[in-house]
Each structure stands twice: as C-alpha cells, then as structure tokens.
Design a protein around this ligand. Sequence first.
Ligand SMILES: *Cc1c(COP(=O)(O)O)cnc(C)c1O
Length: 294
Amino acid sequence: MRETKMNDGHYSMTPEDMLELVDANTIMVVPTFGQTFTGLYETVKPLSDALDTYEHDTGNSIDIHVDGASGAMLAPFCAPNIELWDFRLERVKSISTSGHKFGLAPLGCGWVVWRSKEDLPEGLVFHVNYLGGDMPTFALNFSRPAGQIISQYYNFLRLGFEGYQRIHNASYDVCEYLVKQLNKFNLFEFIFDGNREKGIPAISWRLKADANVPFSLYDLADRLRTRGWLVPAYTLPANAQQIIVQRILVKQGLTIDLANLLIADFQRSIEFLTSHASSQCNAADVKTFDHSGR
Ligand SMILES: *Cc1c(COP(=O)(O)O)cnc(C)c1O
C-alpha cells in the first residue's frame, strides 16, 4: 500500500499525487472520505476523472474504494451539492462505512457495500454447509453479537433520512458556532472549518504563525483535559509532521450550551497559560487519546 504525502497547505490526495503512485500493479485507489487528521473529504470525482484519462493513455483500469467511515453517513444527508463521490461514478466499486460513527449505532457496527456481486471476488466468500443450508459468509468468524446491528436497524427506521439530516446538520451548526467563537481568540488558523460540503462535522486548526503566545497546542490540550475535555493536539502525518494541529469532532449531543462551556474553558485555559508562562509541553509529555481504552 502506498500513501500520498501531506505537506504544508496541502492536506489531501490530489489527482497529481495519485498519478505519481499508480502503476500497472495498482488494484485500487482509496480516497478517505472524511480524514481523521483534518476532517476534510478527499474529493473522489477528480481522482476518478484522472483515472479515466490514465486508462485512456495506458490501458490500465483502476477501481476506487471509498473509505466512507464517517462521510458516507454524512454527505448523503447534509451535502446535497457535493461533487460525485459514490456509485454514480463508474469506477467506485465499493464503499465502507462505520455505523458506530455517524450511523449513531453502538460500537462495532460497520459495513461495506459493493457496486455489484461481481465486484466481490467469489474466492473471498466461504460457502459453509451449516446444519444443512448453504451459508455464504464474508466475515472473520462466525458467532458474533448482533445487538449493534439491531440498534443500527432501529436507528434507520426510527430516524429515517430526515432524522439523520436534522441530527447531523445540527452538528455542523455547532461547528460553525465553535469556529466563530474560537476565531475571537485570534490565535488559530483553521485547516478545516466544518463546512458541510467539504468534510465531516469537525474543525481543525494550528496556531497562527504570528500568534506569539507562550504555550503550544499541547499545553492547551493538557489544560482543557483538566476540565474534562478531550481536544487532542497531534502532528500531521509524514512530510507534514512539523505541523501541530488540534481537532474538535462534533457529534450528536454536543449542543450549543455545551459548546459555550467548552469555549469558556478555552478562555480560562488560554488566560492561565498566558499568565503562567513556563516551559512548554511537547508531544512526549502529554497523554492524548489512548485507543486501547485503558
Ligand atoms: C474510523 C475510521 C476507520 C475505521 O473504521 P471502524 O469502523 O472504526 O473500524 C477507517 N477509516 C476512517 C477514515 C475512519 O474515520
């Protein structure tokens, strides 16, 4: 697997980045439809168009899988004007989504949808004679809990298109509000402002070059943590590792009231860090988010 590189001011895969890496052995290209680091959607149509030209020139046809972990449960509801990113593009053969993210199901629910049966190689499907009936399965093991799937199904029925649209649009509204409030500190340069046509309900920022404050975003994350907020500060991936960013992800339940409490804690933290200027934290000193759940 090859990954395109970020650098300052260039945070997602462009057709040029992609074309540098594809060759006759490439099976597929995987745009991240809702990047973890920034919240931005990688735009699928320009990649698909570039692959059309590439096929025309070389004869190699390369398919697209869309990693729609977050975006595939957001864009259909909240981004009616977004350029095509889904099965309406011929090259998109599969899309994956995490139900436990913006499907609002409990942890452990996700799915992949293939464009057609032919796009899932038969060799990957196990046919098992299970108590007499043929049971085709494309999973890692057999007996698994189904509660999260049933909860997902319930949410689909209970919320419907309009329900998801209202819930997720409310999250984007909170992003807009947070950006407006955070801008008042005049310290942050936004990498992504939570625009609903451009990414997930998240905002990410770095310190302005001329912020001239005696603290880093790691210090700020650390102070916010003492108030119970997990607003992680981290570096961007390869080639952009020198850029420290911070991110807020907004989901159902982060209301404007809560957002106001968060902003008040930003204010409190910034004042504290400014008046108690000391040595700065660096990445190694700060416990950010621990995915092990400990
Ligand atoms: C969360 C996420 C994943 C992992 O999906 P899970 O359903 O949590 O396993 C993959 N890609 C992106 C872009 C994600 O945001």
